[in-house]
Structures are given as structure tokens and as C-alpha cells.
Design a protein around this ligand. Sequence first.
Ligand SMILES: *Cc1c(COP(=O)(O)O)cnc(C)c1O
Length: 392
Amino acid sequence: MLQPTTTGFFGEFGGRFVPPVLEEALAELERAFNYWQADPSFQAELRSMLRDYVGRPTPLYFAHRLTAALGGARIYLKREDLNHTGAHKINNSLGQALLAQRMGKRRVIAETGAGQHGVATATACALLGLEAVVYMGEVDMQRQAPNVARMQLLGAQVSPVTKGAGTLKDAVDAALVDYANNADSTFYLLGSAVGPHPYPLMVREFQSVIGQEVRQQIMESAGRLPDYLVACVGGGSNAIGLFAPFYADTGVRMVGVEAGGKGLASGKHAAALTGGTVGVIHGFCAYAKRDANGEIAPTYSIAAGLDYPGVGPEHCFYKDTGRASYTTVTDTEALQALQLLARLEGIIPALESSHALAYACKLAPTLSPEQIIVVNLSGRGDKDLESLQQFL
Ligand SMILES: *Cc1c(COP(=O)(O)O)cnc(C)c1O
């Protein structure tokens, strides 16, 4: 896998653009991560939790009916939807919660928009006996009431954020203030491959179990590496977890799929790489959706998990160097792909994952039946039933 510089840069992207009080806390986190990452007992404990609690390895499933219907490349689905709590986020939350425990931090804070990362964090903290405080915008709390109830049931304190628009960006700001004030006792558990160094690297390491399993599984079932890896990109954690272990395999092409919303031209989207510009956001340098004045612009997607204006620095580097390509899929295309998979394979994917699937459905017919596409099915769609009823 590609290593960032010691200061956390992938090319010009990444780094740590934070005030001194956070700089100190993040330097401590970086040292602890490097130490425990190299510790065999830490790795053994994480592996055993991933196996016995999360249910890993997740299957790599050959979608034969979907493949036959599209008439082209063979499509394999990496079934992250079968993880405990229904998505890939638990891989990262467990890794970071275990790190918090090893660092002696009994209090874990997180921010959440749609509530998925909050639920994964509350779950990991319940398992490890840690206190969990989850910041969530007031508006989001109303929109995502079932996830608020889940977090509370799991023993987490959900802390409403009334400032600003009462959504994810305001929750991030509130969590950062808490972290700056309480860094001695508190671990900030970040949910995607974004933020200041070492978060993008750390989240990638905890999510790269996805790509490592795919490599082994596709060698067993097909005897060779895939031609394409396809994953949706919000902050970029499920995609980098799939892509990074194949970085050196230049014959394996990678495509990240961003939320095209109502179409790039409409401005209603969340496409940081495809429709954004470079600058600092939330303590790191990356592409982000910005307005004409360079201010962070509001984002939109039918998939709440893709609704973030920035994107992880490693993806920015992959884009500029051409190692991966990035594209968008609209709400409508994602919905169609979701229905197709449900009817042909009996799997209801998350709206986020349906973006990756929709692109694979366009790509497959242009390829030959000997070729292989692996799609990361990052989560299950049960959480989306209510929004589905609105849109269908
Ligand atoms: C949160 C989420 C995403 C987007 O986050 P990444 O960090 O880009 O992976 C994608 N799929 C599902 C199911 C999610 O819950």
C-alpha cells in the first residue's frame, strides 16, 4: 500500500491543518497508532473480534443472474452488507475503539450525520465497555430518529447540536471543540478516511481488510486478479479499503463513484472529486465541493452516507496521478440499480452502495465475459426503506 509522508501527505493532499491544542492530541494519537499497529497482541485481538463478532470474512459473491442479465463482464459483490450492524463502518469503529482502550481513554466521542457511524461507534463502545458521546445535528436527529433510538439503546449519549444548520458539518465542529477541551481523557472516533493526519491513514488501515480478503477470495474462485474494482465514495473509506491493497497491481483498474444527485449541472450533488476544487477542509487538504468564493458548498444526495463536501486525501492523490478514476451516478440511476439487484439476486443494497452498482451495470456490457468486476456492496438497504417509499 502507498505510504504517506511522515507528516501525512499523499502528494499535496492530507496533512494536519489544526490549532496547537489539537496538534498535540493528534501527535499523541499518531504515536499510539504506530505503536499498537505494530503490536501482535493488538492485531490478534482485532482479528478475533472481526471474525467472531463482525462475521468476517464477508463473502465474495458471484452475481450470476445480474451478470447474465447485463451480458458482459462477470460481476462479483463484496458483501460488506453482511457485517454486524449492516455496513463496512464497524471495521473502522472497532479498530479505533480498541485503540482508545489501549490508550487508556475511557470516553469516546464521534459525530454522525445519517446516524450510521454513530450506531457503529455506539456498538463498538458497548462491546469494549467505553463511554460513548455522539454529536448529531438537531435536524438530522429528527430525520434519523430510528438511529437515535438505536444509539441510545446501545448506551450512547446522543448530544444534539443546535448551531448552524443543525446537520453534519455542525456536529463535526461540536466534536472538535469537545476534543480540544478534553483530549486527555477523550478519543475522537472519526468515521471516514478524512480529517487531519493520522485519521485518513488509520481508517484506511482498518478498512483495508476488505481489499485483502477480496484478493484472496478472487484468487481462490477465479484464479486471477479482477480487471476492475468499483466502490462508492462519500468520505472514501469503503473505497480506499478495497483499493489500497491493489495499489501496486497496475493491471487492476479502480473506479470510485460519487453522488451525482440530480446531475452535476444542477449543482445538487456531493461530488468532491468530480466537481470540486482543492483547499483545506476540516484540518486536511483535499478536493471539496466549493462555491465561486471558495467557501464549502452545501451538498445533496439521496444517499445520506455520501452527503459530505470533502473526500479523503489518498483518493485525491489517486485521481491526480491517474491511479484511479472517479465518476458520478445520479439518484435515479442508483435507485434503478437497487431495484435490479433486489429482483435479480434477492439482495437489497444500501443507497450508497447502489451508486457503485449502477456504474458497474453500465460498465459490464462494454467488457467481455472473461473480464471481472468486483463491486463493494458497502451496506444493506434496510435503513433506506422509508426514503425508498418516498422516491419510488
Ligand atoms: C457511510 C457509508 C458510506 C460512505 O462512506 P465512505 O467513507 O465513503 O465509505 C457508504 N456506504 C454505506 C453503506 C455507508 O453507511
